[in-house]
Write a protein that binds this ligand. Sequence first.
Ligand code: NAD
Ligand code: USQ
Length: 392
Amino acid sequence: MRVLVLGGDGYLGWPTALHLSARGHQVGIVDNFARRGYDHELGAGTLVPIFSMKERLATWRRISGHHIEAHIGDLTDAPFVDGVVERFAPEAVVHFAEQRSAPYSMIDRNHCVYTQVNNVVGTLNLLYALAEHAPDCHLVKLGTMGEYGTPNIDIEEGFIEITHRGRTDLLPYPMQPGSFYHLSKVHDSHNIRFACRIWGTRATDLHQGIVYGVQTDETTLDPQLATRFDYDAVFGTVLNRFIVEAVIGQPLSVYGSGGQTRGLLDIRDTLACVELAVLNPAEPGEYRVFNQFTESFSVLQLAEHVARLSPKKTTIDHIPDPRVEKEEHYYRAAHTKLLDLGLKPHLLSDTLIESLFHVVEKYQERVDLSAIPPTVNWRSQHSSLPTVSSAE
Ligand code: NAD
Ligand code: USQ
């Protein structure tokens, strides 16, 4: 199939592009390198070194014999998006290309506005381009489990049947997101569902949990094919951060009591889920939601898991939560639709955590200690930008 991967220079987009290319799909990447720009802005950097797009693509061609074409540009630039969609004529578009950090969106007004404009306008431009130039193309959009928040009832896959005053309907599940970033995903979901209704667009909204790991069948073929590994307090996600903290001998930074429970998945399962969605497209006009995670853990459970497997003696710190979120809550979320399509999950095993320890130990000289403490506070409208020195 002809598949465009938007955000194909990012943590998940790059390995997804390789995975689809390795399976014989004709892959094009779109990216504006915004993510590399945030590194410069924050003075932070990926722990695992990454190479330029030119070097990545040349190495992939040499190793696999497959060509991936790159289109460098910004999704908020409507003529650019129209042009790429018209020329590439995709059968599927996998859309990862958004600002994806909750803390980044909560730094101050500018970062909030940037995040919502970038994400919502980019997706709107894409919806218009698909409707005009590729109406049969299937949109596979990366959303987030955080769109649901943490309600005191079971979370369903996108929709919930509600009986109200004797009448029943299947309605979008109520959304209670926890950051301006997570809110941008809710806005996207509404816009995509509406486009499906009015224009007959086909769409799958993947409500993905927190991804961990960096190693896939393709990224491990050559150091130049590696994907990024973020551990700083703005872009680093919780499990990746705990492993880095354990390796450098710091206490694990549990925010508050640590009862915050989230769905997680291995990066290899992200690739498998996206591939399953691409190979099993939504019908014309259908808007469907798959909850994309394989297991749920509380933050404290993750910390205890990492501390138990750490080669060094590792302690757990409970630091005041810089976010406004429930620290203890009910959490049970459905996630059967991808399993029904054939997903075989890689569950969080001791071996996987040990392999992450090996990756981090290899690059521990690159860890910037000043990047680790949280600097963005949800209660403030003016968090100061983290001042960390570059790990590059
Ligand atoms: P990332 O920041 O590493 O990658 C996103 C890529 O999109 C970057 O390369 C960036 O340069 C590009 N991009 C951003 N705005 C763009 C624009 N306007 N035009 C063109 N390119 C643009 O993020 P990631 O971790 O790979 O996440 C990818 C997607 O998956 C995001 O939409 C994110 O919300 C979602 N997601 C990620 C996780 C996770 O744990 N990483 C979990 C759930 C959902
Ligand atoms: N947390 C800690 N200590 C840390 C870092 C985080 O206790 O050092 C806690 C946070 O307070 C939060 C939980 O861990 O309760 C998860 O935080 P995170 O930074 O790992 O994940 P989050 O901000 O939710 O965002 C990440 C991705 C985002 C994606 C989301 C999926 O950055 O793109 O949408 O995971 S989900 O969580 O399902 O919404």
